[in-house]
Design a binder for this molecule. Structure first.
Ligand SMILES: C[S@@+](CC[C@H](N)C(=O)[O-])C[C@H]1O[C@@H](n2cnc3c(N)ncnc32)[C@H](O)[C@@H]1O
Length: 287
């Protein structure tokens, strides 16, 4: 494995310590946007708080409303990347682009292909960087999506492995496509249950290069309590819980949610459907 020393997380809690807690639910209660005054008022059992829209607190309330409304309205189902539907929040795509640019992986493994937008997204970044390829794992690649991916200008840099991402044969098929000295990054976006994500972390964690990342997407599930498109079990059955369990048993990884590399504004908390998603494999000297 190559020895990358990429730190995209200046300001985060050190090591795994900050990872032990579950993230809080999105803001609850009644939030009133006053565009005339440039204020946001939050009415909760604990009292009424009012913030300017240009404050860190005001922005967080707006961001929580945005994340919740976006989930309810299926906002993420409204984008394409180079012609293929990509089911992600654009903020998450921009942020992971920063990570890809820093790591410059030889291989990005993405579980959960759907329409292939993620495959094309990573392949386009790697082609622009000048090296690298993408391996997708999909349990049910629909024929029209397979045809479109195979016909896409990025297709030379994309290999799809068919099957469940946690099947040993599938994991072995992916593994054998990777040379020992290649830099590998992994994105988990298949089945988002606790059991499945934990099994994926165990299966693909060993493939991740030192200094590189495995990203367990859609941890927003545990922040969506009570939302119409959420399910009751999500409070416990979610990718974030799998990440916490995995970290407790794998000190070679640390939570490394990327912080903005450039930030001239007041917003510091990530606007993301992937909270506590980025696990970085420590380098030998960091262990
Ligand atoms: C949210 S979509 C993936 C979106 C895609 N990554 C993108 O960026 O547009 C989830 C996909 O995971 C697939 N999936 C579900 N369970 C899976 C499993 N066990 N193994 C592999 N893929 C699975 C589904 O068929 C679906 O296509």
């Amino acid at each position: 494995m190559s020895k990358l020393a990429v730190d995209l997380s200046a300001g985060r809690d050190a090591g795994n310590a900050g990872m032990a807690q579950r993230p809080s639910a999105l803001t609850k209660g009644r939030v009133i946007f006053d565009f005339d005054r440039g204020e946001i008022e939050c009415q909760q059992d604990s009292g009424i708080r009012r913030f300017s829209m240009d404050s860190k607190e005001g922005f967080k309330l707006a961001a929580d409303a945005w994340l919740r409304a976006g989930w309810d309205a299926k906002y993420v189902y409204s984008f394409t990347w180079f012609g293929r539907p990509v089911i992600q929040l654009p903020d998450d795509l921009i942020r992971i682009q920063e990570v890809v640019w820093a790591v410059k992986p030889d291989v990005v493994i993405e579980t959960g292909v759907a329409h292939g937008g993620g495959q094309v997204f990573f392949a386009s970044l790697l082609r622009a960087i000048g090296k690298g390829r993408v391996i997708g794992v999909e349990i049910e690649l629909r024929s029209h999506n397979r045809i479109a991916i195979e016909a896409h200008p990025m297709s030379d840099d994309i290999t799809i492995v068919d099957g469940s991402s946690i099947e040993p044969d599938v994991v072995a098929d992916v593994s054998k496509q990777i040379a020992p000295d290649e830099t590998v990054m992994v994105v988990l976006d298949a089945n988002h249950t606790y059991d499945h994500v934990l099994a994926e972390l165990e299966a693909y964690g060993p493939l991740v290069s030192e200094g590189s990342y495995i990203v367990a997407t859609d941890g927003i599930m545990e922040r969506l309590e009570g939302a119409p498109r959420s399910q009751e079990g999500w409070t416990d059955d979610n990718p974030g819980a799998a990440v916490r369990r995995f970290l407790a048993e794998h000190p070679e990884f640390e939570l490394a949610q990327p912080f903005p590399l450039f930030n001239e504004g007041v917003a510091v908390e990530p606007v993301t459907y992937w909270p506590n998603a980025y696990l970085r494999k420590k380098t030998a000297s960091e262990r």
